[in-house]
Design a binder for this molecule. Structure first.
Ligand SMILES: O=C(CO)[C@H](O)COP(=O)(O)O
Length: 263
């Protein structure tokens, strides 16, 4: 279990814009967060659509905000119509890449195996993978949440060395808690799931707490602080509530508010 009271424990607050952000809006968002002079100690990152990624990365180049892609292919190049590779993301200024979001698993055929191939490719090309995992409502009702989460973690990290495994970030996102129809998860439930995930991550990595574990799913200004206080949670991964620059900055402030304690 990671120690939330450890001095200097990094805490991430990031957002994926999903399929939102035309060029003018994206530039305006990036300019506004580039102007934020105090992130209250959190590590910020944004994941815009591919079409504006280079622009956003350029505007945030001199800021602490990292930029990531929302997906990528496992191959470097080739006949993969409509896909984006790790070197392409790097060239655009990305340092991170989100992999295995439930929307991609559900609608676009992403599997634990393709996530694993993409994790390997991301690390080969110097991108930090952020792997999204989470159980469906049916899996929770059926009592197999912990098994599902352990399987997703183990398969995502398959074939990595312990040092490599420690460089992979995870986001626990219960599928039933995401999006317009999502129901915010009780912090106690998140704490219980996160403790199990942490055990899996620590088994794979070379040092306890090496792999950051974020929480995502209907995070908002009211629930950010309780989630941020959980012992095994190292950050928040936010959708809708961070789709304005002001909303994002406010969430970072709310998540950074000390003290962070266990469940
Ligand atoms: O990916 C997510 C955060 O970027 C996640 O799906 C949560 O979305 P939200 O429910 O709109 O916060």
């Amino acid at each position: 279990m990671s120690d939330p009271s450890a001095p200097g424990r990094p805490f991430w607050v990031g957002t994926s814009w999903k399929m939102n952000g035309l060029p003018d809006d994206a530039r305006s968002y990036a300019e506004r967060i580039a102007a934020v002079d105090d992130w209250h100690g959190v590590l910020p990152f944004v994941m815009p659509p591919f079409t504006v990624l280079a622009d956003v990365a350029r505007l945030l180049r001199d800021s602490p905000v990292q930029v990531g892609g929302q997906n990528m292919h496992w191959d470097e190049s080739g006949s993969w119509t409509g896909e984006i590779s790790a070197p392409m993301l790097r060239q655009c200024g990305a340092t991170m890449v989100e992999l295995g979001h439930s929307e991609r698993r559900r609608h676009f055929g992403e599997t634990d195996e393709t996530v694993n191939q993409k994790v390997h490719a991301a690390l080969r090309h110097g991108l930090t993978p952020l792997v999204c995992i989470g159980e469906t409502q049916a899996e929770r009702d059926g009592g197999v949440s912990d098994l599902v989460l352990a399987r997703q973690v183990r398969l995502a990290l398959h074939g990595l060395t312990a040092a490599q495994a420690g460089r992979v970030m995870f986001a626990y996102e219960p599928v039933w808690a995401i999006g317009e129809a999502g129901r915010p998860a009780p912090p106690a439930l998140v704490a219980q799931a996160a403790a199990g995930i942490r055990q899996e991550l620590d088994r794979a990595a070379d040092a306890p707490g090496a792999s950051p574990l974020l929480y995502g799913g209907s995070v908002n200004l009211e629930n950010a602080a309780p989630y941020a206080a959980l012992a095994d949670i190292d950050g928040l991964f936010v959708g809708r509530a961070a789709w304005t620059a002001e909303g994002y900055a406010a969430l970072a402030r709310a998540a950074a508010r000390p003290p962070r304690r266990g469940p």
